[in-house]
Ligand binder design. Structure first.
Ligand code: HEC
Ligand code: HEC
Length: 387
């Protein structure tokens, strides 16, 4: 297929080396965007997922539904892509969203903790971005319920990007030549506002979807391209013995936290029926947590899609390998007072998972079938800057 690139910035680079003086030390970067935007509004979600209605996005059969607040449009998400990769969003032009969210690692960064503005280090492990449109709760402690609400937080967070004043950000973008035409295309106005910056980033983040792993293909075909060890692992994953799917469940292999789900607002078998567990639980990593997450050592049950790409694991990146994670479930779970009842015998006594070494290998083999390399290479989510 012949690709026509529209080089937005040729002009910018030549006439605007003045404002480039404030750019990073590295080689000068210029922006390359396709003439026609990618179809960000065509979302590929996993089979068996029923799209969640966020407060700002809704999707029905993979199609975005405008519910009065926001929708994903090809130009909106294109602008979001540029913002996501642009280091100008940080106070000293050194950190972009993409510094801690790498496409080739399913948007995690491979580090226990990440380095943000002026070398400051985050206190939690950078999260992969996995079908965020299917998550009711965002962040390790489920503290955000909307991508829109989340999208400017890292920018104003001093550790991550250090931008303490959104008016400064608006001013900076106004002085960057490629933004006005992009805002015009995305929102019909050259006016740059924090609200529209946030909307565009949200649209890009919302467009990140993954459903093309070997596991997905085998589900779609009905035929199995999985080997016998992987199939054994899949069966165990879904079994009462290993219990994985009872937490990492459904098509997104993540918290079941819709209304009336076990970890949702219905409270299911845990908590009172009025509690909203926000998709989070305590898996006994500690007897006494330094970081209590959502409270009582509860952290969001993350999606296991692309898990082979996103080590190290857990909210504090304490485990480097999937073997260490499974060993935690079989040997490491601690009897914390708020431990999920699935790790007890029903009388409050600790009961870790019982899996032999072949079973552990099988589960890990299955987890590795959840890798979607199409997503990690898809140009629509890639860095649009060239140097
Ligand atoms: C310095 C590293 C760093 C930067 C820069 C950064 N993030 Fe993050 N991101 C993190 C960490 C760490 C978490 C988990 C934080 C927590 O749970 O408290 C996270 C969580 C997220 C999540 C939640 C995913 C989920 O499933 O809940 C999204 C989405 C996200 N970041 C998007 C962004 C966007 C958009 C930007 C730029 C505006 C950005 N991040 C900049 C480190 C970073
Ligand atoms: C009771 C619910 C529950 C069960 C059962 C459970 N998990 Fe988890 N899992 C969690 C929670 C909660 C976390 C995040 C904990 C944290 O970071 O503090 C997690 C984290 C993980 C992670 C790390 C994810 C990441 O992005 O860092 C992996 C891998 C994992 N679980 C695999 C499994 C497998 C495999 C099984 C079955 C053998 C399983 N889990 C059973 C709740 C559960």
């Amino acid at each position: 297929m012949k690709k026509i690139y529209f080089v937005f910035a040729i002009l910018v680079v030549s006439i605007c080396s003045c404002s480039d003086a404030t750019l990073t030390d590295g080689p000068k970067e210029y922006l390359v965007l396709p003439e026609q935007p990618y179809a960000y509004d065509q979302l590929n979600l996993p089979q068996g997922t029923s799209p969640t209605i966020f407060d700002d996005f809704g999707f029905i059969n993979g199609q975005p539904v405008f519910n009065g607040k926001m929708e994903v449009t090809p130009w909106g998400a294109t602008l979001g892509r540029v913002l996501f990769y642009d280091k100008k969003l940080s106070l000293n032009n050194t950190v972009a969203c993409a510094s801690c969210h790498h496409q080739d690692k399913a948007f995690s960064d491979g580090k226990q903790f990440s380095t943000g503005f002026e070398g400051r280090v985050t206190t939690r492990n950078s999260m992969a971005i996995i079908n965020p449109i299917l998550q009711n709760n965002l962040f390790w402690d489920s503290r955000s319920q909307s991508i829109h609400d989340l999208s400017l937080r890292p920018v104003i967070n001093h550790i991550e990007m250090g931008m303490d004043n959104l008016d400064n950000l608006v001013g900076k973008l106004e002085n960057t030549d490629y933004y006005k035409p992009l805002f015009l295309k995305a929102f019909g106005t050259e006016d740059i506002s924090p609200e529209n910056i946030s909307k565009a980033i949200s649209q890009f983040v919302a467009s990140i979807t993954t459903n093309r792993s070997r596991f997905d293909i085998s589900q779609k075909d009905g035929s199995s391209n999985l080997n016998s060890l992987e199939i054994m692992g899949m069966e165990l994953f879904n079994s009462d013995k290993a219990k994985c799917a009872s937490c990492h469940g459904g098509g997104n292999m993540a918290a079941q936290d819709g209304p009336n789900d076990p970890y949702g607002s219905g409270g299911g078998s845990f908590g009172s029926p009025t509690d909203d567990l926000k998709g989070a639980t305590n898996i006994g990593l500690e007897l006494d947590y330094a970081d209590n997450g959502l409270g009582n050592g509860r952290f969001r049950i993350p999606s296991l899609r692309n898990i082979d790409l996103t080590s190290p694991y857990m909210h504090d990146g304490r485990f480097n390998t999937l073997e260490e994670v499974i060993d935690h479930y079989t040997n490491g779970v601690k009897p914390h007072k708020n431990l999920d009842v699935k790790f007890t015998d029903g009388h409050g006594n600790l009961k870790r998972l019982d899996l032999n070494s072949i079973e552990k290998k099988a589960i890990i083999a299955f987890l590795k079938t959840l890798t979607d390399t199409e997503m990690t290479k898809d140009p629509k989510w890639s860095n649009p800057f060239r140097s």
